[in-house]
Design a protein. Structure first.
Length: 239
């Protein structure tokens, strides 16, 4: 039957069963390959993560900030998230990005390396305005931009860490805010940060760091040049 010649005492699997088995194997192989693609990390993104880690390690960060950084970057290294391809979007403040990147590249060392990595991924990012800022005035909306690199709406979807960047036009203040995840900043251009409702603005310097403990009120502002910084949040305790 089914066109199979059966020799006495010998069982031969029908051809249609062999075909079904082969198709099932091919389907599993295809599914595995698709899953592998989803978890693959591009060289550009890997370079960004590595240079961000290197720049923070060279920032002079204190032990408590280094502990947060280690949690974030060791988690990123352990397993990639799901590769994503968000629609690239720009907002008006993106016109300051080129100036900020050139300034950072001129610094040399880890900050220049990070700026080069940012330059490679910036055109692929979904830039936007600050969350819950619907009532912000038009001037501020035109003078700031945020982009997620790793996390929701980023180049790699995951919920245990969130990494991105903030850009401010010259002479712009980013409103005070707070959030549960612990946060670290790597500073690429001049700017000032404050912590606490009545805290004073202080400059960490180019290549410096900022560490925001969970739920602390904090804000930042630029001076006479654009502010560019990479922020990294540990979401593991809040995912």
């Amino acid at each position: 039957m089914y066109g199979v010649h059966l020799e006495p005492g010998v069982y031969q699997r029908p051809i249609f069963l062999k075909t079904l088995k082969r198709r099932h194997k091919d389907h599993r192989s295809h599914s595995y390959n698709e899953e592998a693609k989803k978890l693959a990390r591009s060289q550009q993104l890997q370079k960004f993560l590595q240079t961000t880690q290197n720049a923070f390690s060279a920032s002079g960060a204190k032990t408590d900030a280094l502990v947060v950084a280690d949690k974030i970057f060791s988690t990123a290294d352990a397993k990639p998230g799901i590769a994503a391809n968000p629609d690239a979007v720009e907002v008006p403040a993106c016109k300051y990005l080129g100036v900020a990147l050139e300034s950072a590249k001129a610094e040399g060392g880890p900050i220049a390396n990070l700026a080069l990595a940012l330059e490679g991924i910036a055109p692929h990012l979904k830039w936007g305005l600050r969350p819950n800022g619907e009532n912000d005035d038009a001037t501020f909306k035109a003078c700031h931009a945020n982009a997620v690199v790793v996390g929701k709406d980023g180049l790699e979807e995951r919920d245990d860490i969130r990494i991105g960047m903030s850009l401010l036009a010259p002479e712009t203040r980013y409103p005070d805010h707070r959030h549960p995840p612990e946060e670290i900043y790597t500073v690429l251009t001049p700017g000032e940060w404050k912590q606490g409702t009545d805290g004073e603005f202080k400059s960490p310097g180019i290549g410096g760091f900022v560490h925001n403990v969970p739920n602390i009120v904090h804000g930042m502002r630029s001076k006479d040049v654009p502010l560019l910084a990479v922020w990294s949040l540990w979401m593991g305790d809040n995912a």
